[in-house]
Design a binder for this molecule. Structure first.
Ligand code: SF4
Ligand code: SF4
Length: 368
């Protein structure tokens, strides 16, 4: 059925597809260019929450995270406070990936209401568990199990296995789940979605329904399985502000409306506004120097004289680059890191173990 919201619907899909493609290109650029482009960990806003304890305690950022990750965390939280879970509905590439897989089958599994309700709490447990574990271990321990990290590493061609084997298996499980249960990961597992859901309860975004014909198209269209047709106002933490219920509504009387601070906003305007404000703000943060998500180039490190601590070196750096970043002579660096001289200087630190069985970059650097 063609509805008045078709333009909004297709615009949203175009935007989501562009963001998903851009995130894949960025991941690939990071894998192939080392430190020049941000890693998937650096741009994950939830990393900021995992980093919070260490950062607030003045112990610096966790491995793979940067001050810009904190900016992203605070900003996306603020964004959720204003626009609810619009990040989930209109921006998040992993949400898009699930929606895409959901298109493969029209046959959906109807999870029994009681089980569905209980399962949805699981993502809150994940949020607490992941955050506490990160704070206790002072590492991004979730990384090998993270399906989106595995997805981002697919484009590397070589780093997926064995580092992300478990994450890859979870990714397959999540994508298979998304074919039969819309937004499977968002509903039951995503800790970031849980966080934004909690914050969104304070937002001034609502979906309002007037007396209508109760055709049920809105409920059918909702990827988060919210029974919109039965509610006067949707204020659920599960609502991802995707506007799909509104664009599916055939009423010409605006029976279903998205309201922000009490004012009706058309779906198309909401989608464009949230995306423009999101990326526009990131642009401003970047210009203001608040979005540092990569290690500065060797030249600028040398110029500033602010060499990295051994703990801040990255596995994707070559031995030679590691020595330069640490401000050490190459031979001194080989000795300090217990790397035999037969290992070529161009070898990435994380690959030294393929020459020296048992050599572990993370163990060595944390002991230095
Ligand atoms: S719930 Fe998680 S995966 Fe889903 S859209 Fe939100 S942040 Fe992305
Ligand atoms: S209620 Fe509407 S806006 Fe909220 S998730 Fe469902 S379809 Fe999207």
């Amino acid at each position: 059925m063609k509805t008045k919201g078709s333009i909004a619907k297709y615009t949203r899909w175009i935007i989501l597809a562009l963001i998903l493609c851009a995130s894949m290109i960025l991941s690939s650029m990071h894998m192939h260019s080392g430190q020049k482009y941000p890693s998937i960990h650096a741009i994950c806003p939830l990393g900021g929450l995992e980093n919070l304890w260490s950062w607030a305690g003045g112990k610096g950022n966790l491995q793979k995270l940067f001050s810009g990750t904190m900016t992203l965390f605070f900003f996306t939280s603020f964004f959720a406070l204003i626009f609810g879970r619009a990040f989930c509905g209109n921006i998040c590439p992993f949400g898009t990936l699930q929606e895409l897989f959901g298109k493969f089958s029209k046959r959906k599994i109807k999870v029994p209401e009681k089980a569905d309700k209980i399962l949805r709490y699981f993502k809150y447990l994940m949020l607490v568990f992941i955050t506490l574990m990160a704070w206790m271990t002072a590492t991004l321990w979730i990384s090998p199990y993270d399906p989106y990290t595995a997805f981002a590493h697919i484009w590397s061609g070589k780093e997926l296995f064995p580092e992300n084997t478990i994450g890859f298996i979870i990714l397959l499980f999540v994508l298979a789940g998304s074919v039969f249960i819309d937004r499977f990961f968002c509903k039951y597992l995503c800790p970031a979605g849980a966080l934004y859901g909690i914050i969104s309860k304070l937002s001034h975004l609502q979906i309002k329904r007037k007396e209508c014909s109760l055709c049920g198209q809105c409920t059918k269209a909702c990827p988060m399985a919210i029974n919109v047709a039965k509610l006067d106002t949707v204020r659920s933490a599960e609502c991802i502000a995707c506007s799909q219920c509104i664009t599916a509504c055939p009423s010409k009387e605006n029976d279903l409306q998205l309201k922000l601070f009490g004012k009706a906003v058309k779906p198309l305007a909401f989608i464009v506004m949230t995306v423009v404000l999101f990326f526009g703000s990131l642009f401003v943060f970047n210009q203001a120097g608040m979005l540092r998500l990569t290690i500065p180039g060797i030249a600028s490190v040398k110029e500033s004289g602010q060499y990295l601590k051994i703990a801040d070196l990255r596995g994707s750096m070559s031995i030679e680059a590691g020595a330069a970043y640490a401000g050490m002579e190459l031979s001194e660096f080989y000795k300090l890191m217990e790397i035999p001289l037969i290992v070529p200087r161009g070898t990435r630190l994380k690959d030294v173990s393929s020459y020296v069985p048992g050599w572990d970059f993370h163990v060595i650097k944390s002991s230095r």
